[in-house]
Design a protein around this ligand. Structure first.
Ligand code: NDP
Length: 328
């Protein structure tokens, strides 16, 4: 029998947590033959709700679930952690300035980064879901100097999945016919969904679409503003699709991308494509043997360049803001 993988989920009692935990426990995160132990981190007032979720997890009798621990102490939550999904974050409330938002999240992600540094397993992989995800990941990473920087990632897989479906609907293709789509930059309204290297059934996506107006006026903004559209329709923010994307992100990182295709992950930049080194920005990546690599050598046209630069400029501003707050 295999040793269980310790999976830590923060904000476990929240909406995304509720949609996520059952998928992890059923084997969809790591594989149908990989036993898991769950560590649920919550703030003290939400511990009781987390216990309720744990009761439901018990009641599923998942064969792979080998234990659940619930705590409000990051040192306990990240003890021996192999995979950490950082979902809990301070949401932006009405009238809140960006500086206040970054500061509030610094108070969450800095101690969590330190707890990861001090307690996690050597192979720890971190995915930040809680917004502003890229910069929260940067804060956690800066607080964990003993962990290789590349283990800290942020989620743009939901944007990637949203883009796949929009493109499939436009062209009548199936999502699995679409390859090499890319989300660049920040998981925010400035993100850029790029179809210039994408193929649909082996043909150039740009040629199949053949509609630049749709690309600039519909596709890119629809993907970027999808979160707000869901809130408008559902009366609550997206949760199941966010959880699904988190599962996809980790599953791909661990198990690899298919030959000839890539995915989108926000990862610490090595300077590729003119993205300043160290910023946690979304790139096209391939994954193999548990490691990711940025796809190199893509031709970036003017249209793409301007959009990538704008999103990266926003990330640099966020980095400068958290630096001046002493958070990194
Ligand atoms: P959700 O579970 O709905 O969302 C959690 C975070 O995920 C938010 O920051 C949200 O950002 C973000 N997110 C990223 N992508 C998406 C997406 N596509 N759709 C929706 N959300 C997305 O929030 P809840 O309020 O239901 O739950 C949060 C839980 O976290 C609470 O139980 C709270 O107690 C807990 N918490 C735990 C902490 C800890 O463990 N130390 C610290 C802080 C909170 P956005 O707000 O921009 O939608």
């Amino acid at each position: 029998t295999r040793t269980p993988v310790n999976v830590t989920v923060t904000g476990a009692a929240g909406q995304i947590g509720y949609a996520l935990l059952f998928r992890i426990a059923s084997g969809q995160l790591l594989g149908a033959d990989v036993p898991v132990k769950l560590r649920l981190l919550e703030i003290t007032p939400a511990l009781k709700a987390a216990e309720g979720t744990a009761m439901e997890l018990d009641d599923c009798a998942f064969p792979l679930l080998q234990g659940i621990e619930i705590t409000d102490d990051p040192n306990v939550a990240f003890d021996g952690s192999n995979v950490a999904l950082l979902v809990g974050a301070r949401p932006r409330t009405k009238g809140m300035e960006r500086g206040d938002l970054l500061e509030a999240n610094g108070g969450i992600f800095k101690p969590q980064g330190k707890a990861i540094n001090d307690n996690a397993a050597d192979d720890i992989r971190v995915l930040v879901v809680g917004n502003p995800a890229n910069t929260n990941a940067l804060i956690a990473q800066a607080a964990a100097p003993d962990v290789p920087a590349e283990r800290f990632t942020a989620m743009t897989r939901l944007d990637h999945n949203r883009a796949l479906t929009q493109l499939a609907k436009k062209t009548g293709a199936s999502v699995s016919d679409i390859k090499r789509l890319t989300i660049w930059g920040n998981h925010s309204a400035t993100q850029y969904s790029d179809i210039h290297h994408a193929t649909i059934g082996g043909k150039s996506a740009v040629e199949v679409v053949d509609d630049e107006k749709w690309l600039t006026e519909e596709f890119i903004p629809t993907v970027a503003k999808r979160g707000a559209a869901i809130i408008e329709a559902r009366g609550a923010s997206s949760a199941a699709s966010a959880a699904n994307a988190a599962v996809d992100h980790i599953h791909t990182w661990v198990n690899g991308t298919e030959e000839g295709n890539w995915t989108s992950m926000a990862i610490p930049s090595d300077g590729s494509y003119g993205v300043p080194e160290g910023l946690i920005s979304s790139f096209p990546v391939t994954c193999k043997d548990g490691k990711y690599e940025i796809v190199q050598g893509l031709d970036i046209n003017e249209f793409s360049r301007a959009r990538i630069d704008a999103s990266v400029a926003e990330l640099a501003e966020e980095r400068d803001a958290v630096r001046s707050l002493g958070l990194i």
